[in-house]
Design a protein around this ligand. Sequence first.
Ligand SMILES: Nc1nc2c(c(=O)[nH]1)N[C@@H](CN(C=O)c1ccc(C(=O)N[C@@H](CCC(=O)O)C(=O)O)cc1)CN2
Length: 299
Amino acid sequence: MASVIDGKAAATAVLADVTAASERLKREAGVQAGLAVVIVGDDPASHVYVASKGKRAEACGFRSVQHTLPADTEQADLLALVERLNADEAIHGILVQLPLPGHLDASSVTQAIRPEKDVDGLTVVNAGKLMSGDRSSGLVSCTPAGAMRLVRDVHGEDLSGLEAVVVGRSNLFGKPMGQLLLAANATVTMAHSRTADLSAVCRRADILVAATGRAGMVRGDWIKPGATIIDVGITRIDAPERGPGKTRLVGDVAHDEAEAVAGAMTPVPGGVGPMTIAMLMANTVIAACRQAGIEAPSF
Ligand SMILES: Nc1nc2c(c(=O)[nH]1)N[C@@H](CN(C=O)c1ccc(C(=O)N[C@@H](CCC(=O)O)C(=O)O)cc1)CN2
């Protein structure tokens, strides 16, 4: 039976360190870290995540600002807001919640954020720094940074000799996750929906990271006995067994099958999700320390 990798407990530990760093920033530089989150439209899940980001930011002692824009916001208006936030000295981190409504070009909005304030780690500057191994001035995308911290809790800092397979190749998660695993000396395979014999590729993994976007896609017989499973998926499904109209969250890994084979695995909920928000707070305090010219913590 796989042991549970407790993302909530790991997130609580990160948030305690973030709060301490935020207090040090105030003491040493007289600066309150500022995080601005921009949300466009009415997607209910996005609103829940953004509200949670605001609450966490306040709990860490940050100034937290939320900009809520209507679904029919024009590209030029969104870009103008990003420019205002770029110029605002009280704001050290900017995040535009994704997905954006279909008529907006998410990439050009993301790329308009000043790299020093890009707490989502999505600008080409930050993606390039991650790829070239520059961790001293770049910012890493929150979900992969959080997932990597969970991997380190199980395997330590050095993954030499271990095979890691990442299923999914998004800019937000799969690509940076592959880079982080590689930087820790894992032998990394990036797999995706067009990979031939995906189940056989996954079975090679000592560390299997599933970000397929398809609930329950990774089955028990895709898993090497004893492997560590990081499940990045989060899908709400109907749960009639819990009562009429009830729902529950599931990941990309068939949980019960995987539990019988894996050595350790993240649950959904309570695994990678809480780490996403904790690492956003970590990135914000790192960005604020750098902008204030004091030593930034590492997480
Ligand atoms: N600009 C960004 N947009 C999005 C990101 C991102 O990193 N940057 N990630 C996801 C959504 N996301 C944060 O924005 C996120 C997803 C899930 C969780 C979380 O804590 N999940 C909980 C369950 C929550 C629930 O009950 O619904 C868990 O897994 O335990 C936090 C953040 C897409 N957009």
